[in-house]
Design a protein. Sequence first.
Length: 328
Amino acid sequence: MPFRPKIAADYRTMLWTMVFTPGFVAAQYARPDWVPYLTWFSIYFAIACGVIAHNHNHRPTFAKKWENGFFSNWISIFYGYPVFAWVPTHNLNHHKYVNTPGDATITWRFTNSHNAFVAFTYFFVSAYYQATPIKQYISKAKQTNPSLYRRIIRQYVICFGGQALALVIALALHGFKTGVYVWFFAMGLPAMISLWTLMLFNYDQHVHTDPWSEHDHSRSFVGKLTNFLVFNNGYHAAHHEKPSAHWSTLAEENAKIAPFINPVLQQKSLAWYWFKQYVLALFIPSLGTKQIGRGPWNPPDGKKVSLDTADVEAEESGTNAERFRVPA
């Protein structure tokens, strides 16, 4: 039987990506008058596709290579960017350096302040600096791994070609004005918000944490509803400490290390955290986060830090770099 996931929990992954995500898009294409009500669902499922892309690149969902390739191409369309990019920027870079010098996604590049402006603009800063390992990865793949390079190019073509085809279909069905409207709210805007939101998640999971600590390197959001919606992506400390663990086991992994983590880094509610940090802290600063432990710019060995992004190699999807640790 094709597309049988290796782990049963991923039948929900398939339901989300193969049924609900395209289903809500199709409903809006069929009934443009439903767009104001259904676009919110498409936004959520696009974000879910981004989280699933993250999970898929750590632990490929299927046993067969062609199935994983097809799945990567498919979710790329709804996520809004070729999902191979998780490998150089996340698996091989972020997981190795974890918000310390060398990480393309550091939260403190220009400031360690934590407020709504910095959080909102983090996407643009992080995307700019993530371009370096992506370009390097593609260049090295072209030179040393032709098969990987072909898959990368295919993903770009399918991702952006799929979005373009969706726009053409919308125009053919509804004419220019309504067609653009339907495509934008069913496909275009959800993909944009997905990319921005996934980077916001990363920002909030690392800002003001102690990357040199054994366990206080990440902020986790442990609420059950949040983790149901984002496939346990809230258990971020556990994920960093065991990146090869399947997403369905992260609640159990988090329970093992939670007693050793600063309690402020085990947040119950993502929604309350955002409201407290980005609204209430404007009026009551003491409600905002504070730097935990040693700042990421202050390594235990006392050496001068560089903001340059570390090099990456042209590795295959599903790899997980070992976390870089500076001796205390």
